[in-house]
Design a protein around this ligand. Structure first.
Ligand code: NAI
Length: 699
């Protein structure tokens, strides 16, 4: 059942019951309208209350129905609201906890509204690249005033019911209940008190004006322009609300629907809806059911207090979990702790963290030089040097001291997690937890599942990731896991582009115009060009038969490691991060071209973007084939949360879907004809070739 119908004396109560948040799916909508019919046909009933069971009044559209024909099937939400407005008996929405999106639009269709304190009220459609589509832009300004309503619609952020109830002249809530517990009783009493009032009030009949008229909407448009980079929806919110002040109600509704329908088809909205679903999908592992028992994580150990170790520790301190950080020498401990302090202190200075919270967090941090102090840790994360020999020593030691059932994790970015697990007699307890730098800031966490990692270990670390507010994506074991394995191909293409005639600044500019937070060369300078250099040297034998540009090696031979050495692909002024194009680097590249006998050519921005992004896509397809990622949308999550891929494009795999896989393959075939590029590189991955041939998509 998705809505219950019950009569309490002379009041009928329709209770939405579609867990978790009473989404307004087809069955729920049908149950509401049949409840209304029943109440209107029953002479004993004088008024109708609509409320929600469990944790919400209603969170709006039912995401389980997204994209299915049921989502828009009649009765759709607009018809349900029309039925409410047409009811011969007054309707009272009794809202609590969550009243959002379609849920709020439903409440606005009722004659009256009573709210429990603490209710989160919002129209969050803009976060999916849409505007409200069932009257939200027309009715909310009528009850809250144009400005408050527009702010809510443009931001999508929830506002507490008690705040809204204080707005002078507001008509959103006719009454505030004393508490969530008393809401049901108070709603019944309120319904009885208005049962005989005629005519029944309708939000659609209220006036809608802003005293400044056009001038206000001009101001609002300027405001959203700055914040809505790359997204059309916020400006459309302004248009729709302005229409509410200028058009007759029904015309405003038709206008809203037209805008909503047009936005639904934009690539930006498709990207946001894709990512919304992708985030939920990423937390699920096919063979690890959600009710898998989890191990308890009450204490965490971190080994290594360097760049990553300190940031990793902060995540757990922030979540209130005690951390013991182990190092080899006291100086290293002191340096690590000082960095953590500095980080927190800057947050305190900027008003982002209260002093008492800072003190509480630091009190949870212990340091040690003695492995014995890790004996009580439930989860131990290793973040020492990236050398197998060092990792071996650490994991052998952990096997000796860690308690039974403790999870042993490595933050390695390139090494084989199965090999690391084999250094212990408990490989089922070993997992990769690949954080990204800065580890206390970056959302992404690649959870690397070894061949022997136990299912309850996977369930536990996915839960822990949620607790420390990370977006966890599961990866199989391979060199570079999902993100870095793909970025290697992207970097190789970036190198070929330099060889053929582009400059680092041109490549970065093209990619940044596409929407990346940073182009490959600025990114290299930030992360340190020496990291890739070290990897290439270590893998010299594998790389020997792989085509790649030597420009990055030449740059490192000059000691230009990036921002940390004051020079990389760009020059940097002392203490500043602005990338200044370097004549020396351009000359270095030109000399390399001469050495290789290459005549440079002009390369268009379009070619640059296609070659870099399709390099990601092709490797992404291979990663899917190899079973390293479970779904294309997981790859998109990795790129959006860890690599600065433009959100409005939805990630590399969705972008390829939107371009059309046939077109992607055609472009790759063209690149194969370029003698300066690598024909083998552009051989479409079998999965990509197959999907393109069948006219299918990754998603
Ligand atoms: P780092 O050099 O800044 O820190 C490593 C720390 O480990 C040093 O403080 C060192 O004293 C300590 N250490 C070394 N051997 C130890 C041992 N046997 N026992 C205890 N402490 C020991 O290195 P970073 O950058 O923090 O990297 C650590 C790990 O994280 C590496 O595996 C790296 O590949 C991985 N990683 C690094 C990222 C980055 O952007 N720096 C990103 C993601 C992963």
């Amino acid at each position: 059942m998705t809505a219950e119908y019950k009569v309490h004396g002379d009041v009928a109560v329709i209770t939405l019951n579609n867990p978790p948040v009473n989404g307004l799916g087809y069955a729920t909508r049908t149950a509401i309208t049949s409840g209304l019919d029943q109440a209107n046909a029953d002479p004993a009933v004088k008024a109708i209350v609509i409320t929600g069971a469990g944790k919400a009044f209603s969170g709006g559209a039912d995401i389980k129905e997204f994209g299915s024909p049921k989502a828009g099937a009649e009765p759709n939400l607009l018809s349900v609201i029309l039925a409410l407005e047409a009811s011969a008996k007054p309707t009272v929405a009794a809202v609590h906890s969550v009243c959002m999106g379609g849920g709020l639009e439903l409440a606005l269709g009722c004659s009256y509204r009573i709210a429990a304190p603490g209710t989160n009220v919002a129209l969050p459609e803009v976060k999916l690249g849409l505007i409200p589509g069932a009257g939200g832009t027309q009715r909310l300004p009528r009850v809250l005033g144009v400005e408050v309503a527009l702010n809510m619609i443009v931001s999508g952020e929830p506002v507490k019911s008690e705040m809204l109830a204080q707005i002078p002249g507001q008509r959103l809530f006719d009454k505030m209940a004393a508490s969530p517990e008393s809401l049901a009783e108070e709603a019944l009493a309120y319904a009885r008190s208005v049962a005989d009032v005629r005519p029944m009030p309708l939000v659609r009949n209220l006036p809608c004006k802003h005293p400044l008229g056009d001038a206000y909407f001009q101001f609002a448009r300027n405001m959203v322009k700055g914040m809505a980079k790359n997204f059309p929806a916020p400006a459309k919110c302004v248009d729709a609300v302005e229409a509410a002040t200028k058009m007759k109600f029904n015309d405003g509704m038709a206008n809203e629907l037209q805008i909503f329908t047009a936005l639904m088809l934009t690539p930006e909205s498709r990207a946001l809806r894709h990512l919304f679903m992708a985030e939920r999908a990423a937390s699920k592992i096919a063979d690890v059911p959600e009710d898998t028992p989890k191990r308890e994580i009450k204490a965490v150990g971190v080994i290594g207090a360097g760049t990553m170790g300190g940031g990793i520790a902060m995540n757990f301190l922030n979540a209130g979990v005690p951390v013991t950080m182990l190092e080899m020498k006291q100086e290293a401990v002191d340096r690590g702790v000082a960095t953590i302090r500095k980080n927190y202190e800057s947050q305190v200075k900027r008003g982002k963290l209260k002093q008492d919270k800072y003190d509480q967090r630091m009190a949870l941090l212990k340091t040690t030089l003695d492995y014995g102090d890790l004996k009580d840790a439930d989860l131990i994360i290793e973040a020492v040097f990236e050398e197998m020999g060092v990792k071996q020593k650490v994991f052998e030691k952990l096997d000796e001291v860690a308690k039974k059932g403790a999870i042993l994790a490595s933050n390695t970015s390139t090494l084989d997690v199965d090999k690391i697990a084999a250094f212990t007699k408990r490989p089922e307890d070993v997992v990769g937890l690949h954080f990204f730098s800065p580890a206390n800031v970056m959302k992404l966490l690649e959870v690397v599942r070894g061949k022997k990692t136990a299912k309850d270990v996977m369930a536990t670390v996915m839960g822990a990731a949620k607790k420390i507010k990370k977006t966890a994506v599961v990866s199989g074991v391979c060199d570079g896991f999902i993100g870095n394995r793909m970025i290697e191909q992207y970097s190789r293409q970036a190198g070929f582009l330099l060889d053929e005639g582009a400059t680092p600044a041109q490549v970065d500019r093209a990619v940044e115009k596409f929407g990346f937070a940073m182009g490959p060369f600025r990114m290299g300078d930030l992360a340190g060009n020496d990291i890739g250099w070290a990897i290439r040297k270590r893998r010299a034998t594998e790389i020997a038969d792989m085509k790649y540009s030597r420009t990055a090696d030449k740059l490192c031979e000059l000691g230009r490691f990036g921002q940390k050495t004051g020079a990389g692909w760009y020059d940097y002024q002392a203490g500043k991060r602005d990338a200044i194009p370097s004549e020396l680097v351009v000359k270095m590249i030109e000399d390399y071209r001469k050495e290789q006998g290459i005549t440079p050519r002009k390369i268009s921005d379009e070619e640059i973007v296609q070659r870099l992004v399709f390099a990601l896509v092709n490797e992404g397809a291979r990663i899917l084939e190899d079973g390293i990622a479970a779904r294309a949308s997981d790859i998109d999550m990795v790129y959006i949360t860890g690599y600065g891929f433009p959100i409005h494009r939805g990630g590399p795999m969705l972008y390829a879907d939107q371009v059309g896989l046939f077109n992607v393959v055609q472009a790759m075939k063209r690149f194969q004809q370029n003698p300066r590029d690598d024909a083998k590189f552009w051989e479409p991955a079998p999965l990509l070739a197959k999907l393109a041939a069948e006219g299918k998509t990754f998603s």
